[in-house]
Design a protein around this ligand. Structure first.
Ligand code: ATP
Ligand code: MG
Ligand code: MG
Ligand code: MG
Length: 575
């Protein structure tokens, strides 16, 4: 590829809505372009990366015995009604109607369609096992699309579905996938952890998430440095013994009063004396102009040591809160991003986390829960400097230093980005859709299923979170849009430079190297800055002086400086 023919559109500044480094750098490197909330075009440079991800995933899936097919993005609602997910999936499922007013969904995943295919195609145990996969566009109307490709609404997923004759065979299929996933993420050069995840109603331990370790990750993961124990927070909390703290946390989740204020009255829930109650309150303050019109409302979250009455709350102590009123539901919704009228049970953890970047009183070390020994959580803070996310450490059942369930040491917590998920489904879908086969005795049996996803377009974002510096992206070779860039210096003034660059370019192309020749005639500074931002791992600079001695400058993206090497050695350095 020649740069003059390609589209290179780097930016000095990232757009204001880009919060995490991968989003910033993908925008600045011209890899993606925003079309709407959570909807992006993959620009030529970005698409090359996505294609590399797909190629490796495809190769390893094929190697593991899965077979590729492609299912429609737009799917008739009937199938989704068979499993009940047309209703059950809630607002994340995008439902559309055609001209005949018939219902359709835009696939967020494809269990229904693949099960429909299996029940038509698979008649006998002799046809099992089967594993079908696709690399396909998905749409999920995420409550909070953000971080660019990390949490898009439209994104690409590799989704695979296994069909087996019995549980043992299904577990084997699951293990084959779990192993293939390790191979895939190893090939991308990512630092990740496979963690136990919630396996839903089925129970058992056959659900694992693959989490790329990153401080900006939206998930909390729990592991024991002294053993193999690793789980996502959800799973870890589900297994944690019910301590008073856990009871209080659960109560915090369950109890709240939708209304003009939100009160979390743990004491009441736990049937403790009323004087032990503590409350959380959402209030608003209004900024008014000369005419007394409201120009700006700010919503504040208060944790109140409400052991007696609200009158005792010294709100005046908090700057800007001298005069307050209870926040309206709409305000609460707008500020905390929760379902209208509801900052409660389901919402509590998540909406509260959103306060981090909102107009919220920053307070320190408040107590939350009940005002009685152990039934409360102390040191609760919602401050601007929290790393974001969904789980507020102090509200967890499981905290750093707790004993690991296997008893082998203290637990550690880190943040991760979920890039893959393997899941044993059992007969959940085959039963709902009557997908049977005839077993050895000629008796119909429900197919045992598993499903296996990889976030194809989330993966490059996760890789950047782990691989970047102040100058830009540092792609692992396996993901780089180009493996090597050739940078001739002033080829317009030095014909020998142009000739040497063209020759090396032809040789590398011939050797099958993914090479781009920067023939734009840019100044070296600008040219280098572009390629460092884009993150091409190998750079070869061709200058007039060096070439007189048959030398060029080679620099790996991670090297501090370039080294002089003979032209003939370039290929060897790259491969
Ligand atoms: P999350 O917990 O991040 O919402 P999920 O558990 O809902 O993800 P799965 O249903 O397990 O996602 O889908 C398989 C994979 O698809 C995930 O492991 C993730 O890598 C990817 N994925 C899910 N949602 C998105 C999204 N909104 N944008 C990009 N990739 C996504
Ligand atoms: Mg999700
Ligand atoms: Mg998840
Ligand atoms: Mg998942």
């Amino acid at each position: 590829m020649k740069a003059s023919q390609f589209l290179i559109s780097t930016l000095k500044e990232a757009p204001a809505d880009a919060e995490v480094v991968s989003h910033k750098l993908m925008m600045r490197a011209g890899m993606i372009k925003k079309l709407g909330a959570g909807i992006y075009s993959y620009m030529p440079m970005g698409l090359r990366v996505v294609r590399k991800v797909e190629a490796i995933v495809r190769e390893e899936m094929n190697r593991a015995g899965a077979v590729e097919l492609a299912m429609p993005v737009i799917q008739p609602a009937e199938l989704w009604q068979e499993t009940g997910r047309f209703e059950a999936m809630g607002p994340e499922l995008l439902r559309i109607k055609d001209r005949h007013e018939r219902d359709y969904v835009v696939q967020p995943t494809s269990e229904e369609v693949v099960t429909d295919i299996a029940r038509q195609e698979i008649k006998s145990y002799k046809q099992l096992p089967k594993n079908f996969y696709q690399i396909q566009t998905k749409f999920r109307d995420e409550r909070r699309p953000r971080f660019g490709l990390m949490r898009g609404r439209e994104f690409t997923m590799k989704d695979a579905y296994s069909f087996d004759r019995d549980q043992d065979a299904a577990k084997l299929s699951y293990q084959v996938m779990a192993k293939a996933y390790r191979k895939i993420f190893d090939r991308f050069g990512l630092v990740y952890r496979a963690v136990a995840a919630d396996s839903g109603a089925i129970g058992g331990d056959l659900s694992e998430e693959f989490q790329v370790i990153a401080a900006t990750g939206e998930d909390a993961i729990v592991y024991c440095p002294g053993s193999d124990y690793a789980a996502n927070m959800e799973k870890a909390e589900a297994l944690a013994p019910q301590s008073p703290r856990a009871a209080a946390t659960q109560a915090l989740e369950k109890v709240s009063t939708p209304g003009m204020s939100t009160c979390v009255d743990v004491a009441n829930y736990l049937k403790l004396p009323i004087e032990n109650s503590l409350k959380t309150l959402v209030v608003a303050t209004d900024e008014r102009d000369d005419k007394g019109e409201i120009v700006k409302s700010r919503v504040w979250l208060l944790l109140i040591r409400g052991d007696r009455s609200m009158n005792e709350v010294k709100v005046g102590k908090i700057p800007g809160l001298a005069g307050f009123r209870f926040a309206t539901l709409t305000e609460i919704d707008e500020h905390f991003g929760c379902e209208p009228g509801y900052l409660g049970p389901v919402g509590l953890k998540k909406p509260l986390s959103v306060v981090v970047d909102r107009e919220v009183a920053v307070m320190s070390d408040w107590i939350c829960g009940a005002n009685v020994a152990d039934y409360h959580l102390s040191g609760v803070n919602w401050g601007r400097d929290l790393p974001e996310p969904d789980v507020i450490a102090d509200l967890r059942n499981v905290v750093e230093g707790d004993l690991s369930p296997d008893g082998k040491g203290a637990l550690a917590i880190e943040r991760g980005i979920e890039i893959g998920h393997v899941f044993y489904l059992g007969t959940k879908y085959s039963r709902a859709m009557n997908a049977t086969f005839l077993d050895v005795n000629g008796k119909p049996q429900f197919m045992e299923m598993g499903c296996y996803g990889i976030g194809i377009t989330r993966l490059p974002a996760a890789a950047i979170e782990q691989n970047h510096d102040e100058r830009g992206i540092i792609w692992p070779d396996a993901l780089a849009p180009f493996t090597v860039v050739l940078c001739p210096i002033s080829p317009d003034r030095f014909p020998d430079v142009k000739a040497a660059a063209d020759k090396l370019y032809a040789e590398l192309m011939e050797a099958g190297v993914d090479v781009i020749l920067d023939d734009r005639n840019e100044r070296p500074g600008a040219m280098f800055a572009d390629w460092e931002l884009i993150g091409v791992p190998h750079r070869v600079t061709l200058g007039d002086r060096g070439l007189k001695e048959g030398m060029v400058e080679y620099q790996h993206r991670r090297d501090a400086a370039a080294t002089s090497v003979p032209v003939a050695e370039v290929l060897g350095l790259i491969q």
